[in-house]
Ligand binder design. Sequence first.
Ligand code: GDP
Length: 296
Amino acid sequence: MAFEGLSSRLQNVFGKLRGKGKVSEDDVNEAMREVRLALLEADVNFKVVKDFIAKVKERAIGQELAKSFTPGMVIIDIVNKELTELMGGTNTKLAKANKPPTVILMAGLQGAGKTTSSAKLAKLLLKEKHKPLLIAGDIYRPAAIKQLQVLGEQIGVPVFTMGDQTSPVDIARAGLQQAKDNGHDYVIIDTAGRLHIDEALMNELKQIHETTKPDEVLLIVDAMTGQEAVNVAQSFHSQLELTGVILTKLDGDTRGGAALSVKAVTGCPIKFAATGEKIEPLEPFHPERMASRILG
Ligand code: GDP
């Protein structure tokens, strides 16, 4: 289960504070030291941890804990609020084009879950009574097109493909035209993954971007890869101006670092959280719910 380690460590720290009628400055410092260690161990970016602890302490001092009857609860509440803020405060909704279709470009490293998330996003849009079109733009990974076609068929969403001999830029352009002709209000462009940030493929993404002028550029990152996910997000963001992140594999035993750092480091909101290999509608990411889940 995701965040298990972090969650149980934080619950432990706060368990000690909860029952106390009085909380000394030493108690607060000790608790913050433990929270700091728990966050670092959960693979949260060290600068993010430092800022986080400073903010919590500042708020705690401002709240005059000494006068509170339940100082332990006050601190837990402060940590909850700061954790929520750290992850973006509130849910950030998917952008919508003034004139349909809304174009969503999916980017990310190979294996992050791009194709799976494209289908899950299409399923969510379908559930909301939209008419999405999936575009198979990954012509490099063998079977990527087929994978998207199979998923499309499974959820009842058409998949636009031109095989693997046409350039992804031309595929994206033609797919977008087809979406307009057929009255689709959302277009999801699945693109080629890469093992590492790779200049040729990044240039291709930029060209697709230029051609389709997406309303959303979503980076799919694998939460299991922790800090690496944040580094990847930062590199993509510097080249592509991401509008949001989809965090995948939150069902695994991720330590949580990516979820807690990616917004603070890149400024990009996590818009969706993905769990499981089955194609269920993608779930909008709610920072406040995630914070409460972590704090138990
Ligand atoms: P792509 O290369 O980025 O298109 O990645 P895929 O969509 O093909 O996904 C790579 C692997 O991760 C596949 O085996 C997926 O079933 C799996 N996967 C994708 N998303 C999730 C998720 O949220 N949770 C889990 N457990 N597996 C996932």
